[in-house]
Design a protein around this ligand. Sequence first.
Ligand SMILES: [Zn+2]
Ligand SMILES: [Zn+2]
Ligand SMILES: [Zn+2]
Length: 438
Amino acid sequence: KRAAAHCIEGTERFVSTDKGRGLRAVRHFSVGELVFACPAYSYVLTVNERGAYCEQCFTRREDLFKCGKCKQAYYCNVDCQRGDWSMHKMECLAMCAYGENWCPSETVRLVARIILKQKVTTEQTPSERLLLLKDFESHLDKMDSIKDEMNQADIAALHHFYSRYINDIPDDQSLTELFAQVNCNGFTIEDEELSHLGSAIFPDVALMNHSCNPNVIVTYKGTVAEVRAVQELNPGDEILNSYIDLLYPTEDRKERLLDSYFFTCLCSECFTKSKDKEKIKIRKNIPPEPEKIQSMICYAKNLIEEFRRAKHYKNILLPPLLELCELSLDKMGSIFADTNVYMLHMMYQAMGVCLYMQDWEGAMRYGEKIIHPYSFHYPAYSLNVASMYLKLGHLYLGLEKRTQGVKALKKALSIMEVAHGKDHYYVAEVKREIEEQK
Ligand SMILES: [Zn+2]
Ligand SMILES: [Zn+2]
Ligand SMILES: [Zn+2]
């Protein structure tokens, strides 16, 4: 019989009437204060960032050295390589054996690591002071046939790529549950500009319930998740994190939460819908014809979903993508205002393509259109807003627009000092960049 979960000072696990288990404060926390930190239980660096980040500690540096066997994993030094070997071993052998045919998804890679970790851990890990991984919700009963098919495909891929390198892979029933648990409790790790770095499991962080007006933000220091207050917390307050991008109107957020996390949000934003009108703002000279507006919203949502899927399958060609963004902006712009979130979504995509194609002027122009609407659609402290100011600041500096660059970086800094904490290396880096302009 396992021991009861320990607590984290200043917080306690509790059971709420409408949301099930959750986390609440037992003392006061001020804005910017660290509520708790949680080391990753398991994690995996994304394939695209190999060579830029250490596989073991997620440090970004240029002088990493590569694994002599597979020549694909990179490390700070021998210590990091040794530390990662128990996990990297199976991938190292598999990558050598499969060569170019090695292509498991990031979820499959993460689950392979969880299985290995479960083999070597018998006790509660430091990542599970509040919630054990094996007690994660799986919502297996709510899976539809599409999700079930994806789950089966993941299991097949796990067997295909790892069966020769992991002894006694759990049976299919256990794997079905594990993949479902990872899908609704897993985290993605991003850098300060919100570029994807990898996937990870943080059990204690997963205990927090969702709100569209969250009072904490999760950031990462290497492979450790840090939870900081972005609103004052008083004893008894539930600690609430956001699971989703908060840009979109209530209906869209509800759909997303139900589809990915299987619940209906009951937060005050979802109840009052206070920001919806601004989020779906219509161009001033357009007489409101509800049907036309509704059909344009449908068009926008379908397009966003198409983009999301295409990105998932990595089969987008960039110049046609930029053209599609511009065409859809023209079409939507006949009804939607420039500050409408569907317009902003397409501008953000277009900006991403410009950055990728090193069209700095183009990226800057989109960034300038996005930043102000972003600041009022998102909550006061938002990583989306901070990262947009960062990107814009870097673009300005690259284009020799010093004053504007410094101004944008300072805006980013003021959010990051709260969200990441004053002592975070990302904060130090931005401060250094500002200092260099003097
Ligand atoms: Zn390292
Ligand atoms: Zn290797
Ligand atoms: Zn909500």
